[in-house]
Design a protein around this ligand. Structure first.
Ligand SMILES: [Zn+2]
Ligand SMILES: [Zn+2]
Length: 367
């Protein structure tokens, strides 16, 4: 087969349809990354950017793409000042060994890496340590959480906690932009998960190119047009060594969706990017003046509307079940929904969105 960009013989087949030679494949991946950032026109020259590295294959590719962008000359040069961050999720020896490998991978490109433990979420002080140093923390709150709540809620809460830490570190480093490394495939999984766990109204922020929930710091996803299949080829060709394998290993709702999307990608490769393109077009119809934001995820909290929502219906039937039969008071559904007393959805529509309120009811000792 012949490469679709030049006349060399092709070595790589993407989405069972497009043939590339090695050189054109790497050029094309770089192009997708730059085109995504270029279209948005959100970066000013010498913008300070916090780049979050999980240690997975996608994050090591992001590191490479940023490095090759910065080392270019002339108009193609990526004009950002990068800061790199890795969050250790479990304080095990293995996690620390892996964090040290990521430090070395950054050092190879003359970059520094900040490493923080996820338990810093509970600290009220500044969280930023010296670069390239791993400080041990004794707090194990999140490890306990993992043992005590359902896997579905744990995964959802971890995503929100990490986002919170990204924003805190960015603010301490005076970065107004954050890059995260989600691929098309990962975003398709997140979209379906969001719909399943009641975060459908947050799709715009969780799946789109830019998460603008925070007023001063924007989270961008410049790898959103690159698929896991392309990441795998890139890692192989450049002989990179990811330290974490994020392919599905655990149970829970997210893992069921993981399997579903991975299977789609193998058998119907075009579907995954269609899913994400559809998500890109979904915007919120909410009236944005006079809005309240969720204190945990910063999404807009649902305003009272004339229509009865599924949450309100659930609360109503719950109240009917527990209501003492002697009283004949009229039940004020709409008012009681926002009351803290509600046992299934604490603080809903006051300080928390539906998704966070549901998590909070399971996790209140950990958040
Ligand atoms: Zn070629
Ligand atoms: Zn929320």
């Amino acid at each position: 087969m012949i490469c679709r960009k030049c006349d060399a013989s092709a070595t790589i087949l993407i989405r069972k349809e497009y043939w590339y030679c090695n050189t054109c494949f790497i050029t094309n991946t770089n192009h997708k990354f730059r085109a995504c950032l270029g279209k948005s026109k959100t970066l000013s020259s010498n913008e300070k950017v916090l780049i979050c590295l999980s240690g997975g294959a996608n994050s090591i590719v992001l590191l490479e793409l940023v490095h090759s962008g910065i080392t270019l000359d002339g108009t193609k040069k990526l004009r950002v000042v990068p800061f790199f961050l890795h969050i250790i999720e479990t304080a095990t020896e293995d996690a620390i060994r892996k964090a040290n490998i990521i430090i070395d991978q950054c050092k190879k490109h003359n970059f520094n890496l900040y490493v923080i433990n996820i338990n810093e979420y509970y600290s009220t002080n500044n969280v930023l340590p010296k670069p390239n140093i791993i400080t041990q923390t004794k707090t194990e709150a999140l490890n306990n959480m993992k043992l005590n709540v359902s896997t579905t809620i744990y995964h959802d809460a971890i995503v929100k906690i990490k986002r919170n830490l990204f924003l805190r570190v960015a603010s301490e480093l005076s970065c107004k932009i954050i890059f995260t490394a989600e691929t098309t495939t990962q975003l398709a999984k997140r979209l379906l998960t969001n719909l399943a766990i009641g975060r459908g109204s947050q799709v715009e922020y969780d799946i789109g190119f830019a998460d603008q929930r925070d007023k001063t710091i924007r989270i961008l996803r410049p790898m959103k047009d690159i698929s896991n299949e392309e990441i795998e080829y890139f890692v192989k060709l450049k002989q990179l060594n990811p330290v974490y394998d994020h392919s599905n290993t655990e149970t829970g709702l997210q893992s069921v969706i993981d399997n579903f999307v991975s299977d789609l990608q193998d058998n119907y490769p075009a579907t995954v990017s269609t899913v994400c393109k559809t998500a890109d077009k979904i915007g919120s119809m909410e009236n944005t003046t006079n809005r309240k934001n969720c204190t945990l995820c910063q999404s807009i909290v649902a305003l009272k509307s004339a229509k009865l929502t599924a949450v309100e219906a659930t609360i109503f039937s719950r109240q009917m079940c527990f209501k003492p039969s002697a009283t004949n008071d009229k039940i004020e559904v709409m008012q009681s929904i926002s009351e803290d007393k509600n046992p299934i959805f604490p603080n809903i529509n006051e300080t928390l969105c539906y998704g966070c309120s549901r998590n909070y009811s399971e996790l209140n000792t950990y958040l």
